[in-house]
Design a protein around this ligand. Structure first.
Ligand SMILES: Cc1cc2nc3c(=O)[nH]c(=O)nc-3n(C[C@H](O)[C@H](O)[C@H](O)COP(=O)(O)O)c2cc1C
Length: 172
């Protein structure tokens, strides 16, 4: 089976993960905001998106390609400040996507990077306000001062799934 990686990224960390996965698996890597490649020609999909303001950044693309994605084995990797857990699951559920789509995708949570000096003026202000209001001391510090949790080894579970899909007839 042949697959491809389609990612969205605002500040580059999801792009970095997509390129690491592409490099390790040989799958082609497409930025959904630059290329208009059709995912229908692939047997399985690896979709990457950061969480920005409590939602998946690629939610419009997911909706637009819903009928294609529904038919294919799909891995969704998210990149966020928050670790895997109920908070992150809630944001994915709140991204306005059909629940049957969310439940069919194999979700892998990766943690990203946020450098205050790289942010747009608007994002910097919004994160400062969010940080000052956040009762969680760890999340508060991350929102105010940034963080770097980029970890190449965290893509291992994705590489294993891709290997399974590549060598499987049905892919699930
Ligand atoms: C404007 C903005 C909003 C964010 N909102 C969230 C959020 O709601 N939850 C979270 O866990 N991380 C949040 N983050 C952290 C990002 O998910 C993290 O920085 C990620 O690595 C960004 O991916 P990218 O570099 O591919 O754009 C936010 C970051 C920015 C810049």
């Amino acid at each position: 089976m042949t697959g491809a990686i389609f990612f969205a990224s605002k500040y580059g960390s999801t792009k970095q993960y997509a390129n690491w996965i592409g490099g390790a698996t040989g799958l082609p890597v497409f930025d959904i905001n630059i290329t208009k490649f059709n995912p229908s020609k692939y047997d399985f999909l690896v979709l990457g998106s950061p969480i920005i303001y409590y939602k998946l950044l690629n939610r419009k693309w997911l909706k637009a390609n819903l009928s294609i994605i529904k038919k294919k084995p799909t891995i969704l990797f998210t990149v966020s400040g928050a670790p895997a857990g109920t908070k992150l699951d809630g944001w994915i559920l709140n991204s306005g996507l059909p629940s049957e789509l969310i439940s069919k995708m194999r979700h892998i949570a990766l943690r990203g990077r946020q450098k205050p000096e790289e942010l747009t003026w608007f994002d910097r202000i919004m994160l400062k306000i969010g940080g000052l209001k956040n009762p969680d001391p760890v999340a508060r510090k991350e929102e105010l001062y940034g963080f770097d949790y980029m970890d190449k080894s965290s893509i291992e579970p994705i590489l294993k799934l891709v290997q399974q899909y590549k060598s499987s007839e049905l892919g699930s």
